[in-house]
Design a protein around this ligand. Sequence first.
Ligand code: SAH
Length: 403
Amino acid sequence: MGRGRDEQHESAPESVEEGPSAGLAADALVGSRRPVLSATAAEWRGWMVERGQPAYRARQVLDWVIRRRAESFEPMSDLPRALRQRLDAEWTVFGTRVVYHDVAADGTDKLVLACRDGRRIECVLMTEGPRRTVCLSTQVGCGMGCVFCASGLKGVERNLRADEILEQVLHLRNLLPPEETVTHLVVMGMGESLANLDNLVAALDRLCSAEEGLGMSQRRVTISTVGLPAKIRRLADLDRQYHLAVSLHAPTEELRNRLVPVNEAIGLGAVLAAADAYFQRTGRQVTYEYVLLAGINDQPADAQALARLLATRRAHVNLIPYNPVAGLPFERPDPESIARFVAILRDRGVSVTVRKTKGRAIAAACGQLRRRLDPDRDPTTPPESGRAHDPHFGFQLALSTED
Ligand code: SAH
């Protein structure tokens, strides 16, 4: 701890939940050709009809991109050649571009994507049994400043647009063999998910739509949040079936203020009340994430206090042993301390799992995705060369507890 905190953490709860202005996101739309997924199906139909094409052509284009894995207009063989040329002049299939692809020994993929404004985002595809889980980012950087996380070290730059969120899933899906597809989504990459609620829900709803997306089940999507009460309630009011994971990390106000500085303006009670409301409204049991930091929040007294907080709730706890971040003074507890923490919760009737660590090859673990500066640098330069050899980097499987 002891890192300098910026002024964002002293703001009132409302402004904590405000996030970067939508105007910043609009800046990102530079360049002349529009990304295909920046338009809705209705907008696509309008575009086709205005150009004297049958409306069903819209569906053909979207189908090629979303289901048939086209990455350019050329392979869209059931569209007239002249139309394909016109499409190519005005549209681009993807607005983001893969600039770096890292594969771990166990087959996990991490992509670094360059947005059209040169800013970089990261996303991960994890394989476990039949599951193909995508972990996606919602912002460039993060404004929450959790003291153990790399994503917020340089603050937040902007929200991602819905199409930039969608494209992460499609780029990763396109790496899979034809008979496989993405089965689960976890919104646990860079950024505070609920600070970009509208764009996130627009992207997720589209992915879950059978008509216009991949037809994924909402129940296989987990949205992880630092715990922004007003946004949690708004999400509940949207009446979706998304699984909510709340990053609690501490059982007391004092400790949470130290670890999750936005808590000072929010308060533990408000976070729990909003999570309770989410459960009541949606019927979906909430998961509480708890990063385990040796000597800081992993003691028996912490486990007992956490059990007291959650024993009366229908909740699940997902413990995340700390992943080292260069320059931060924390340590992962030893296996015995983790086992002891688990046992105390179980003994008190709290459902608990420990998030699985899958390897130590690439920088893709919870809390290790960074906002990369120097966006003006040649975007083809791999990020932070040599990083893949850093023994501190491992990654974890951010599995949802749902199937
Ligand atoms: N903004 C969202 C998503 C964060 S990433 C949120 O706060 O929930 C998903 C989880 O990883 C969060 O619980 C986050 O607090 C946790 N995390 C961050 N840094 C970590 C680290 N270095 N080691 C382990 N978990 C970490």
